[in-house]
Design a protein around this ligand. Structure first.
Ligand code: 3PG
Ligand code: MG
Length: 397
């Protein structure tokens, strides 16, 4: 696999450096509620600034259809400037007349953030004219947005073909860590996949059962598999129309020799809120007006037992509605068990995805895992063994 050029190979002094970062961060009441993605791009920005480059940040925010203030990157400027410890010059458009003026006026070592690239349809279309317009503002291109590398967009892929292209430090770290964990993993390998819906991770599950030895399914998507086995899941989140697909995935797993672990018990409640009246039931005893909101203690014990038999864990998606206590119990218990085994050198564990990062932080184990990726979709595609366009474009020919 050809290697990448990194910042070690780049001549940065006096250069206009277009840096693609992922600033698609969660917001609550107008403020950034989790700064992980911002924190991860700080080293690359600082290094370019210290080496005398002008840092010109390109990023997307949300999925706007055209310009819309709700998705303006202006709202992340305070958190970014705070993380960097230096001012950030905001420019209201990523192409056009304003950006070149602001860039020309900036000094070497200063940091500019250009407005949401997705305000132009050309970004997602990877439109050659739009790529050219972006490229006109830079001398070199650095991609530090691993978490957007599954998109073949102008700012994540197209630019790498027009300008000398380099991987940023976070891009490098993500690729190194995920390759170590997933390309040639110590076996047996267990994947833990949770989250709300089977439909969003269908392809992943189908591909994964051919790659891993054990697949533990949690969260709402476990209900779809349980229902497909004929188990009554009451009012639980469940995609009944995917029963046939779930059965096909189980058959594929069996053929591939992959063991599927589904919950054997659950925490159920009648209301979807924190601390409702709840009870622990065996799977099969869920009342018609009850919802499964977390895996139960026996299910946790089964997963933990399995952790002692595997050597690598890749994890995306929580076991329950972890944002509502006590339905964080299974996720926290498994996270702690994984962390303990990583600390003892018995396990390699890589976790990724927005909710998953939040869950690992909540469990207090993010620092203990082998690696925690900021990527969601890109992490899943990497888990499946797919090539990521943003990464491929950086490989040296
Ligand atoms: C993410 O949040 O997963 C990345 O920033 C990619 O965003 P997208 O799914 O809107 O392309
Ligand atoms: Mg996403």
């Amino acid at each position: 696999m050809p290697a990448f050029r990194t910042l070690d190979d780049a001549d940065l002094a006096g250069k206009r450096v277009l840096v693609r970062v992922d600033l698609n961060v969660p917001m609550e009441e107008g403020r950034v509620s989790d700064t992980t993605r911002i924190d991860r791009v700080v080293p690359t920005i600082r290094e370019i600034a210290q080496k005398g480059g002008k840092v010109i940040l390109l990023a997307h925010f949300g999925r706007p259809k055209g310009r819309d203030e709700k998705n303006s990157l202006r709202q992340v400027v305070p958190a970014l400037a705070h993380a960097l410890g230096q001012p950030v010059i905001f420019v209201g458009d990523c192409i056009g007349t304003e950006a070149p003026k602001a860039i020309a006026a900036a000094k070497n070592g200063e940091v500019l953030l250009l407005e949401n690239t997705r305000f132009h349809a050309g970004d997602e279309k990877n439109d050659p004219d739009f790529v050219k317009a972006l490229a006109a503002n830079g001398d070199i291109y650095v991609n530090d947005a691993f978490s957007a590398a599954h998109r073949a967009h102008a700012s994540t892929e197209g630019l790498a073909h027009l300008l000398p292209a380099y991987a940023g430090r976070t891009m490098q770290a993500e690729i190194e860590a995920l390759s170590a964990g997933l390309d040639n993993p110590a076996r047996p390998v267990m994947a833990i996949v949770g989250g709300a819906k089977v439909s969003t991770k269908l392809e992943l599950l189908g591909n994964l059962v051919e790659k891993v030895d054990v697949l533990a399914i949690g969260g709402g998507m476990a209900n779809t598999f349980l229902a497909a086995r004929g188990i009554n899941v009451g009012k639980s989140l469940c995609e009944h129309d995917l029963a046939q697909t779930a059965r096909e995935i189980e058959a594929k797993a069996e053929a591939a020799g992959c063991e599927i672990l589904l919950p054997v018990d659950a925490l159920v409640a009648r209301e979807f809120k924190a601390h409702p009246g709840h009870r622990v039931v065996s799977i099969g005893e869920v009342g018609p007006d009850e919802m499964i909101l977390d895996a139960g203690p026996l299910s946790v014990a089964e997963v933990v037992l399995k952790l002692d038999k595997v050597r690598t864990v890749v994890w995306n998606g929580p076991f329950g509605a972890f944002e509502l206590p006590p339905f964080d119990t299974a996720t926290v218990a498994v996270a702690k068990a994984v962390a303990e085994r990583v600390r003892d050198g018995r396990l390699v564990a890589v976790a990724g995805g927005g909710d998953t990062v939040a869950a690992m932080n909540h469990a207090g184990v993010a620092e203990d895992l082998t690696y925690v990726s900021t990527a969601g979709g890109a992490f899943l595609e990497w888990m499946e063994g797919k090539a990521l366009p943003g990464v491929e474009a950086l490989r040296k020919a």
